[in-house]
Design a protein around this ligand. Structure first.
Ligand SMILES: C[S@@+](CC[C@H](N)C(=O)[O-])C[C@H]1O[C@@H](n2cnc3c(N)ncnc32)[C@H](O)[C@@H]1O
Length: 197
C-alpha cells in the first residue's frame, strides 16, 4: 500500500479503536470477567451457551449488522440478561478493551478460513492476535477454536504451540456442544482448546 494510503487506513483504524474504547465499558457491562465469542454469526451458539451458563457474562461480536440483529432477536426471545452482542472487529475490540474487563473464556467457531495461500495472512488465529488475546486474558483463561478446515486447523495449532503465553490442552473435551449455522452447513469439526499460561 502506498504510504499515504497506509497512513489513512491506520488513522481510520485508530479512530475506530478510540470510538470502541468509549462504547465498551457500557456495552460489555462494566468491570469483571467476560466470555467472548469472536465472529458469533447468527448467534445460535452463544444464545445456547448463555442460557446454559446464567452466571457468566457473555458477549458475541461480529462485523455484520444483519447477523447481529438476528443474534439480538434470539437473545430477546429467550430473555437472556447475561448475553449481549455488538458490532466490532475482533483485533480492534481487543486493542480497545478496558483493563478492568478480563476475558476468562474466548470462543472462535468456524472463523473465515481464507483458504488461498495468498489470503492466509487474513486468518484471525495467528501470532499477532494471540498476543492481543494474551493481553486480554488472565492466567488460566481458555481459548476454544473450532474449524472444518484442515489447513487452518494445522496452522492455528502451530501458532498456539509456538506462542509463549498459550498452552494447547491435548484431549481437553470441547467445552460446550451446540449447533452453529456454519457447523450445520460444514459438518466437520477440528478443535483446539488452549489455556493462557
Ligand atoms: C464463517 S462465519 C461463522 C459464524 C459462526 N461462528 C458459525 O459458526 O456459524 C464467520 C463470522 O465471523 C465474522 N468475522 C469475520 N472476521 C471477523 C473479525 N475480524 N471480527 C469479528 N467478526 C468477524 C463474519 O462476519 C462471520 O459472521
Amino acid at each position: 500500500m502506498p504510504t499515504m494510503g497506509r497512513e489513512w487506513a491506520e488513522a481510520r483504524r485508530a479512530a475506530r479503536v478510540e470510538a470502541l474504547r468509549a462504547r465498551l465499558p457500557a456495552e460489555l457491562g462494566g468491570p469483571g470477567e467476560l466470555t467472548l465469542e469472536i465472529g458469533c454469526g447468527h448467534g445460535h451458539w452463544l444464545v445456547a451457551y448463555g442460557a446454559a451458563h446464567p452466571g457468566e457474562r457473555c458477549r458475541g461480536i461480529d462485523l455484520l449488522g444483519e447477523r447481529l440483529a438476528k443474534c439480538e432477536a434470539k437473545r430477546a426471545r429467550r430473555g437472556l440478561a447475561n448475553v449481549g452482542f455488538l458490532k466490532a472487529e475482533a483485533a480492534e475490540l481487543l486493542d480497545a478493551l478496558p483493563a478492568d474487563i478480563r476475558l476468562a473464556k474466548v470462543f472462535i467457531l468456524y472463523p473465515d478460513p481464507w483458504p488461498k495461500k495468498r489470503q492466509n495472512w487474513k486468518r484471525f488465529l495467528q501470532a499477532a492476535n494471540l498476543d492481543r488475546l494474551a493481553r486480554a486474558c488472565p492466567r488460566g483463561a481458555r481459548l476454544a477454536f473450532r474449524t472444518d478446515h484442515a489447513d487452518y486447523h494445522a496452522a492455528a495449532g502451530e501458532a498456539l504451540a509456538a506462542h509463549p503465553d498459550w498452552r494447547v490442552l491435548p484431549g481437553e473435551p470441547w467445552p460446550f456442544e451446540a449447533p452453529t449455522f456454519f457447523q450445520d452447513l460444514l459438518r466437520d469439526r477440528r478443535d483446539w482448546v488452549a489455556e493462557r499460561r
